[in-house]
Design a protein around this ligand. Structure first.
Ligand SMILES: [Zn+2]
Length: 413
């Protein structure tokens, strides 16, 4: 007869130590969840579970990673460390070795193992569900467990995703990649997985389709939060600890008439220094740009001699709508980014403004609502909420969204 080996006391991953989960843990990354989405929804009375946590849980405001984009932050949350360690600093970057602009969603760019994979290797049952398939390979890197996306839930196999026929498990049709239902599928899958598979640790990551369109308090945003609240309540009722955070916030990037405030930075730099003298890279760029036109509040710029970073930086810093321009080393120190994947300059625009490359490279025809986006320091603050109280929290600590597992495993009662 096999005697189950006792659970390890804890494990150390990327230099941080975590206690072993004592009950099922569900960490939820709500894409684009500006804290005010929850405040407004709670005020409507339609999110009773979240409202109840005020008295029995923990609510912190945490800082995400800048650039406040999806992939750098999801990877920070599951590795517990910033991009300077795990390497993923955007959706997209200029690969100097390859001499090409490439997507950064291949696990070959990941420089640190995930806590999820380490927990699974140490014997935990781990499940990951993400809305968009672009994150699946990164989140599931070397993970011996379940990992699939809503987007491709009809294609899961036990060999690749740790589960056959995820659609049958969830009992919902595969949603459109541009829909609130894509995120609902993630939550529904989480509940079914907790019921059927009882994972020790689950990571659920949604998409910000709704948040790109609807400001906090708008009907669609409150509907989203109410939907989410129902599923979180079920996870709680099934005995899981629920920790909720976000990859980044979200803000209107428009003037008072709702027209986008865009700095077409490549056009400006070409005019100032000549075509080809600089290269503006927007790490928000990805295959799904309909809802934001590839416009966000963060850019990185490569300069070619005789243009210097100081010349270009001074020119950019003088533009209205720019919050900060930093040379590479300073930017990487401040924002904890990998120097070899960042340009000579890092440019962050202010809350109401986004940065583009050239006007003709941005198709805004798909925008059916005033532009809302993220990427900057202005979208750095996110909620960090837990469904159980904390024994004690260190006073004065700067919490990060990538402390979600630390909070859950090391600090909750
Ligand atoms: Zn996101």
């Amino acid at each position: 007869m096999n005697t189950p080996s006792p659970a390890p006391a804890g494990l150390t991953v990327n230099g941080r130590t975590y206690a072993w989960p004592r009950r099922p843990l569900v960490v939820v990354c709500v894409d684009g969840c500006e804290p005010d989405y929850l405040t407004q929804a709670i005020a409507t009375g339609r999110t009773p579970f979240l409202a109840s946590l005020r008295d029995r849980g923990v609510c912190l405001t945490a800082d995400s990673v800048v650039p406040s984009f999806t992939n750098p932050n999801n990877l920070s949350i599951v590795t517990g460390v910033p991009p300077s360690v795990h390497g993923i600093c955007g959706n997209y970057f200029w690969d100097r070795d390859a001499g090409a602009e490439v997507m950064m969603n291949d696990p070959k760019y990941l420089r640190a193992g995930t806590l999820l994979a380490a927990l699974a290797d140490a014997g935990a049952k781990v499940a990951v569900v993400t809305a968009k398939d672009k994150l699946r390979a990164l989140l599931g890197h070397r993970l011996n467990g379940i990992c699939f996306s809503s987007e491709r839930a009809d294609q899961t196999t036990r060999a690749t995703h740790g589960i056959d026929d995820a659609v049958a498990l969830v009992g919902l049709p595969v949603p459109s990649v541009y829909s609130a239902a894509l995120s609902e599928f993630v939550f529904a899958a989480g509940v079914k997985l907790l019921e059927r598979e009882r994972p020790d640790v689950m990571y659920l990551s949604t998409t910000d389709y709704v948040q790109h369109k609807a400001a906090p308090g708008i009907a669609a945003a409150n509907d989203f939060c109410a939907m989410m609240d129902g599923y979180l309540a079920r996870l709680d009722a099934l005995g899981a600890t629920v920790v909720l955070t976000a990859d980044h916030g979200m803000n209107a990037k428009t003037d008072a008439f709702g027209r986008p405030n865009v700095i077409y930075l490549q056009d400006i730099l070409d005019h100032a220094f000549g075509a080809g003298a600089t290269r503006v890279i927007l790490p928000i760029t990805d295959p799904y740009v309909v809802h934001h036109g590839a416009l966000g509040s963060f850019a990185t710029v490569y300069v070619t001699p005789p243009v210097t970073a100081a010349d270009a930086g001074a020119r950019i810093a003088a533009l209205p709508g720019i919050e900060v321009v930093l040379p590479r080393a300073e930017a990487c120190a401040r924002f904890e980014l990998p120097e070899d994947r960042v340009g000579d300059l890092v440019v962050v625009s202010e809350r109401l403004t986004v940065v583009g490359t050239s006007r003709e490279r941005h198709d805004l025809s798909g925008l059916d609502a005033p532009l809302r986006s993220h990427g900057g320091i202005s979208e750095q603050q996110v909620p960090l909420i837990a469904s159980r109280p904390a024994a004690s929290l260190p006073p004065g600590r700067r919490w990060r969204n990538f402390d979600a597992f630390d909070l859950a495993l090391n600090h909750l009662a």
